[in-house]
Ligand binder design. Structure first.
Ligand SMILES: Nc1ncnc2c1ncn2[C@@H]1O[C@H](COP(=O)(O)OP(=O)(O)OP(=O)(O)O)[C@@H](O)[C@H]1O
Ligand SMILES: [Mg+2]
Length: 252
């Protein structure tokens, strides 16, 4: 039941080993944390998984497929969803329109997202799927608002909803609590638990908010300067001396 497995993945940038033989795995339906100080290589790891960067070495398999053979644009189709470290929503588009575009993308409908909005006549089955997601994430009341009117916390929930429209088997989250206050962070964590419970979506989450990580994950991997310095249950890992040392000076 291993869903995702990276083995000895390496990535070098001009003199920097951003990833040095990193091995990380996620089981079906599992929530796993990926943590480490700034510059540890977390986002680089995601980008290798998504095909935005080509690893210098190692293998990555997902759902039985060797990812190096899967073109970047097909990785969403085979079940890898993601949100961004910075918010990436389109101003002028409503919450519902964001989800409709993602729904069309999932179905491989050839029409461009601009046309989707211009035409404004989505089919009943599309609307039903979008409405179900709005409901699941508690966005129904804001469905017709332009995204730029939302708070950062709500915008992050929209990003999460959009990522889920493709029905990913694995969801990659890069600092979903970034910029959020305490209550908004708790809300995102609760939504993630709900999605995991109701849809069985596996989640690999990069996050600096340690209470959030503790509340969500079954296992955690710790990167420091591109190297995996610890992995295991949250309690094991945060008792580890090397991990404590890596975090000295970090705001956690
Ligand atoms: N495109 C790039 N070109 C050159 N160096 C890069 C590039 N992307 C990342 N790096 C370097 O690789 C290292 C890892 O960066 P990465 O962004 O993966 O860290 P991170 O763990 O996501 O950090 P943060 O917590 O700050 O987001 C850093 O030293 C960074 O400066
Ligand atoms: Mg990062």
């Amino acid at each position: 039941m291993t869903l995702f497995e990276a083995r000895d993945v390496s990535k070098k940038f001009a003199g920097i080993m951003a990833l040095d033989n990193v091995s990380i795995d996620v089981n079906d339906g599992e929530i796993v944390g990926l943590v480490g100080p700034n510059g540890a290589g977390k986002t680089t790891f995601f980008n290798c998984l998504l095909g935005l960067l080509k690893p210098d070495g190692g293998t990555i398999t997902f759902d039985g497929a060797e990812l190096s053979r899967v073109p970047t644009h097909r990785r969403a189709r085979i079940g890898i969803g993601r949100t961004f470290q910075r918010i990436e929503l389109f101003s002028g588009m409503s919450v519902r329109e964001h989800l409709l575009v993602a729904e069309r993308a999932r179905r491989g409908d050839g029409r461009l997202w601009k046309d989707v909005i211009g035409m404004g006549r989505p089919r009943p089955d599309e609307l039903a799927r979008v409405d179900a997601m709005l409901e699941l994430l508690g966005l129904t009341a804001e469905a017709d608002r332009p995204v730029e009117m939302l708070s950062l916390g709500r915008a992050r929930v929209v990003e999460l909803a959009r990522a889920l429209m493709i029905e990913p088997k694995l969801l990659l989250l890069d600092e979903p609590s970034s910029g959020l206050d305490h209550a908004e962070t708790a809300e995102i964590a609760e939504k993630l638990r709900e999605v995991n419970r109701e849809r069985g979506t596996a989640i690999l989450i990069v996050e600096h908010d340690m209470p959030m990580v503790r509340s969500l994950v079954s296992r955690v991997f710790v990167l420091d300067f591109g190297r995996l310095i610890a992995s295991g249950s949250v309690d094991e890992v945060f008792d580890d001396d090397a991990v404590r040392k890596a975090y000295i000076g970090d705001n956690n």
